[in-house]
Design a protein around this ligand. Structure first.
Ligand code: PLP
Length: 401
């Protein structure tokens, strides 16, 4: 790549109409993801460019599609696994155990035993209970102390559930580890997913540095700084700004450059690669006494399948249609296919009048969607079509899972 050349986030060139035709979506009632493999490659290049020297450990929980694991593994990413199932998935993709961090501070014993048997030796901890568990069951572990550092503006914070206080709790946990002759090698944090308060990273890195000093003073060989996740999946400028803050903070806090910095990006790598094509199968109209009309469309995917984030993160869906953009718009609600009234994909949307059989397109659907699908009401995960425009013959590889 030419030095100084900036790659922006990938601009989609997927021909949705062609996909609908090729896959005969008109004749089925299944929604379809289109996964653009090239998007992962671009994201990886951008990561290398903006976060040089910070090794990404892809957070498998975000999207456990085997195609993601295999593609990122080939590109050189390492992995953040949070359970035995995730570790198994990654090991089965021929990833070496040293490339995995078990980033779950509260580990069930059988999962810890599985990690031990399979050589996954680095894990996060945030309490003395977990330290005692590790001492008893896997004392050869490399331990990373997870501290709490919540950004003030995020889609979802984890601080109430995970992460000890860097000032009042972490030192005591580290001293207990020392007493038990355990091996503490670093500090981790997660500012929260979908982080919009960028200085949170600087705050957390500065707190981590203080604990590095504390650990070094007490004889630990502190080498690992894990800056967690929270990076945007489809906003290049925000990611760039974040990367500047992070690089600056690392340089200021760790000027000696003798530490190993890793991150656990989830959303960043997968959000923009997946576009979901849904079909309207039913329609209703409601009229208020003031005469205002709302159009209701019922589609073949919903919050119990791919749109859990509408409920969990209060995500406002981005929706496209294939009709003329100049047509008049109407107040619209989009419903998922199940009986549950919570199954509402979006409301107060402005869309043209559509009919049963028309399609709605949802871009940026790769994060926290596929692994969250349930079988509620007889529905289940939507199919995935993989497009790879960078395959060696310059063509495309189409496969439906
Ligand atoms: N690391 C840990 C420990 C997490 O819990 C999560 C998300 O839940 C991630 C990384 C990925 O976060 P994001 O998708 O915001 O990058």
């Amino acid at each position: 790549m030419t030095k100084g050349h900036e790659i922006k986030f990938y601009k989609k060139e997927i021909n949705i109409r062609q996909v609908i035709k090729d896959q005969a979506l008109q004749d089925t009632d299944d929604a379809l993801y289109v996964c653009d493999i090239n998007d992962f490659r671009r994201k990886y290049e951008i990561w290398d460019q903006l976060m040089p020297g910070i090794k990404p450990h892809y957070a498998v929980k975000c999207n456990d599609d085997i195609m993601v694991i295999k593609t990122l593994a080939k590109l050189g990413a390492n992995f953040d696994c949070a359970s035995m199932g995730e570790i198994k998935l990654v090991l089965d993709a021929n990833v070496e155990p040293e490339r995995i961090i078990f980033a779950m501070p509260c580990k069930p014993l059988t999962h810890l035993a599985y990690a031990k048997e399979n050589g996954v030796i680095t894990s996060t901890v945030d309490s003395d209970f977990e330290i005692l568990k590790i001492h008893r069951h896997f004392p050869e572990s490399n331990l990373v102390i997870r501290i709490r550092c919540d950004a003030t503006d995020v889609k979802l914070s984890f601080g109430e559930k995970f992460g000890c206080n860097a000032k009042t709790e972490a030192p005591a946990i580290m001293l207990l580890a020392k007493e038990l002759k355990l091996n503490v090698i670093g500090i981790s944090f997660h500012v929260g997913t979908g982080c919009n308060e960028l200085p949170a990273y600087d705050r957390a890195i500065t707190e981590a540095k203080q604990l590095f000093d504390f650990g070094t003073k007490h004889g630990f060989n502190m080498t690992l700084l894990d800056i967690g996740g929270g990076f945007p999946g489809s906003d290049y400028n925000k990611f760039k700004e974040m990367s500047e803050i992070i690089k600056c903070s690392i340089k200021r806090n760790f000027p000696e450059k003798n530490i190993n910095v890793i991150a656990e990006p989830g959303r960043y790598f997968v959000e923009s690669a997946y576009t979901l094509i849904c079909k309207i199968h039913s329609k209703r109209e409601t009229k208020l006494p003031d005469g205002s009309v709302t159009k209701h469309y019922y589609i073949n995917d919903g919050v119990f399948v791919s749109f859990a984030n509408v409920v969990v993160e209060h995500y406002h869906v981005l929706v496209r249609h294939l009709l003329d953009d100049l047509l008049p718009k109407f107040k619209t609600t989009i419903w998922g296919p199940t009986c549950d009234a919570y199954d509402k994909v979006g409301e107060n949307l402005e869309l043209p009048n559509m009919e049963c059989g028309d399609f709605l397109i949802f871009p940026n659907m790769g994060a926290y969607s596929i692994p969250l699908a349930t079988r509620f009401n007889g529905w289940g995960p939507s199919n995935i079509l993989y497009l790879d425009k960078a395959s060696t013959d310059g063509g495309r590889e189409n496969k439906i899972r």
